[in-house]
Design a protein around this ligand. Sequence first.
Ligand code: UD1
Length: 418
Amino acid sequence: MEKIIINGGTSLKGEVSISGAKNAAIAILPATLLIDGICTIENLPDVSDVKQFCSILEILGVKLTWKSKHEVEVDTRNIVKTSELDITRTFRASYYLLGALLGRCGNVQVGLPGGCKLGARPIDLHIKGFEALGANIDLSQGNISATCKRLTGTTIYLDFASVGATINIMLASVLADGTTIIDNAAKEPHIVDVANFLNTMGADIRGAGTDVIKINGVKKLHGDCTYSIVPDQIEAGTFMLAAIATKGDIVVKNCITKHLESVIAKVVEVGGNVDSNGDKLRVWMKKRPSKANVKTLPYPGFPTDLQAQMGVVLSLAEGTSIINESIWDSRFQYTEELNKMGAKITSQGKSAIFEGVNHLIGAPVAASDLRAGAALIIAGIAAKGCTEISNLEHIDRGYENIEEKFRNLGANIKRVQE
Ligand code: UD1
């Protein structure tokens, strides 16, 4: 078993470069299935979720030629299999295969993804969208099958601005007859990235990034293009909050400042400083953070995927803060681990109260999910003494070279094999 060992008490200093967005990558990879041709994707993050999606594409008959660790040529001309994809059961984002393969072949069957550590994860909005486009959906024995002769554009109102449902319906409707309108669409940066990718390949999608997306169906996507994935705003936010929690002074390179406005606002509210210059952000903190209340919301609100990292900052703040988690039912498991490190957090349901403490103390802790793992690394770097983090497979799903990036900022962090 691998563990991360951190000798804490370091103020982070230096520069860190942000990788491509994991959540964009695992939507753009299935989106390539809509092309009957070859395309190249650049700036893919080197993380296990991307590797897993690539394995799924290879099972489908897609030919992948890696040009470098971050660049792959994808040849989707010979898809051989669109059913009995059991591998998808353990990998939630594989639900994007439904939209992509419905669009491309009109027929797909995948293992139904189960719940996850963050709470119930229904896909009713995805299904409602496919059915509105004319697909027949069958749920049986843990599988979901979607079939259709032709998909026909229509207006689909989402009861909740779901990221996954917005992307999946967009994928299904790119090659449909006529026009599809997604009303109350999610606006996250990776939705815009998927739309930009598809438009580069010949799709006609307008309004991505607003709450109404209009997709005019086209006959074919042409391929023969190269697309570079947007920088990961959650990774950038993770390093920004790490600088605040450790009273550091860092420059976050290769990020899109506009995507980080809600994070910048909270950093400033707790007493931090931010200076933006093109695609770089300098973030520094000279004193103990002040208390702040946070509510997670769909973009452009404060992201749920930075809630745990913000929780570390608030556990060290002067005064009492409250976080309300409005997206997921069960996203405070990390607070028990932080309490083992001396934090004083009480969580109940979808909110938690953080009574700030002067310092955290290193302890053995376990990552319960991807972002909880990132939060524990930040806590370990800020804490006095030694922190041992286990369950690294969660962290490896979505952060590229995380120890190396923190080590380059001065942290005393290493990965060991036990
Ligand atoms: C995506 C992100 C995830 C992030 C989340 C919210 C990816 C791969 N993952 O997840 O990191 O935390 O957005 O920003 O991009 N819901 C329904 N019915 C549905 C779909 C969703 O009720 O059909 C509910 C969910 O239970 C949840 C909320 O809507 O409470 C948000 O889900 P959604 O926006 O779909 O998140 P994901 O796309 O799964």
